[in-house]
Design a protein around this ligand. Structure first.
Ligand SMILES: Nc1ncnc2c1ncn2[C@@H]1O[C@H](COP(=O)(O)OP(=O)(O)OP(=O)(O)O)[C@@H](O)[C@H]1O
Ligand SMILES: [Mg+2]
Length: 265
């Protein structure tokens, strides 16, 4: 079938951190659009992969960016030896064949691109393909999911109110320390005590947010540090190259982070 390449056949590991799994299932059962809110590297993508697997739906992911046009989402006419033919874009594929479509970092897209989802995300559930002159009715299994990082928004770059109000939202903060350590230990395949130290360091770095750091160390970064530790790199050095150097070039902030590491080893 059309979307075979988008099917997730093996269960993606996802450690639930709250009520997000049953709430997402409830939203899916009503085919409500869902917005996943949270900082970079906190598990939004992994969560949607897990839910697509759990619900048995293919997952079509689109990374949004500012040069993206509505045609990049819905499709366009292409030319070959026999003339022109229509080629569905990723959103149209998901709408026609009943996938979950995940628009990652939706605020990066321009507003004239974002509005193509409006008729899909209210009770009409239709996608107008203006250039093709077709109105696609969404497959009953289709659902739209978007991600949104509240930390990055400015007045200039935000979703329109009329877009926001079409979505239900799940908040992804940092998990409880014990849960986050379990995730890091499992993903990096390291012992629990090393994972606990990494989470402790991350929590200290997250307290520096706003004082020169845009965001503290993410779960993703801790997994990187954990993988280095697993490969034999000492914890302090692993934190240096996986957490501190990527996050900041500011000497004072690096000092503050070195102190956080020293306090935990
Ligand atoms: N609850 C969780 N269960 C399992 N793994 C997790 C969980 N949270 C985070 N992870 C791990 O952290 C990594 C980063 O998470 P993910 O890629 O989903 O972040 P994200 O929120 O989508 O970030 P971005 O906004 O940058 O795309 C994942 O590859 C996974 O290994
Ligand atoms: Mg992601």
């Amino acid at each position: 079938m059309e979307l075979d390449a988008y099917r997730i056949t093996e269960e993606p590991y996802y450690r639930s951190v709250g009520r997000e799994v049953p709430l997402f299932e409830a939203a899916y059962s009503g085919r409500l659009p869902v917005m996943l809110k949270g900082p970079t590297g906190c598990g939004k993508t992994r969560f949607v992969e897990h839910m697509a697997w759990k619900l048995g739906r293919p997952l079509v992911t689109v990374s949004c960016h500012e040069d993206m046009t509505a045609s990049d989402l819905v499709g366009r006419h292409l030319l070959d030896a026999d003339g022109t033919f229509w080629s569905d874009g990723p959103l149209t594929l998901a709408v026609r064949h009943g996938a979950i479509c995940y628009l990652d970092e939706i605020v990066e897209a321009r507003q004239d691109t974002t509005v193509v989802i409006h008729a899909l995300t209210d009770d009409r559930r239709i996608l107008p393909l203006e250039k093709k002159g077709e109105l696609v009715r969404a497959h009953p299994d289709f659902q739209l999911v978007i991600s949104y990082n509240p930390g990055y928004q400015s007045v200039l770059k935000d979703l329109k109110e009329s877009t926001k109000q079409r979505f239900t939202a799940l908040d992804f903060g940092w998990p409880d320390p014990a849960v986050e350590a379990e995730i890091v230990a499992s993903e990096a395949k390291i012992a629990g005590d090393a994972a606990t130290k990494l989470v402790d360091i991350a929590r200290r770095s997250r307290n520096l947010r706003g004082q020169g750091l845009e965001e503290g160390a993410s779960t993703r970064m801790l997994i990187h540090a954990g993988k280095l530790i697993g490969a034999g790199v000492p914890l302090g050095e692993a934190c240096e190259i996986a957490l501190i150097l990527p996050m900041t070039d500011d000497p004072d902030m690096r000092d503050a982070l070195h102190n956080a590491v020293a306090a935990c080893v």
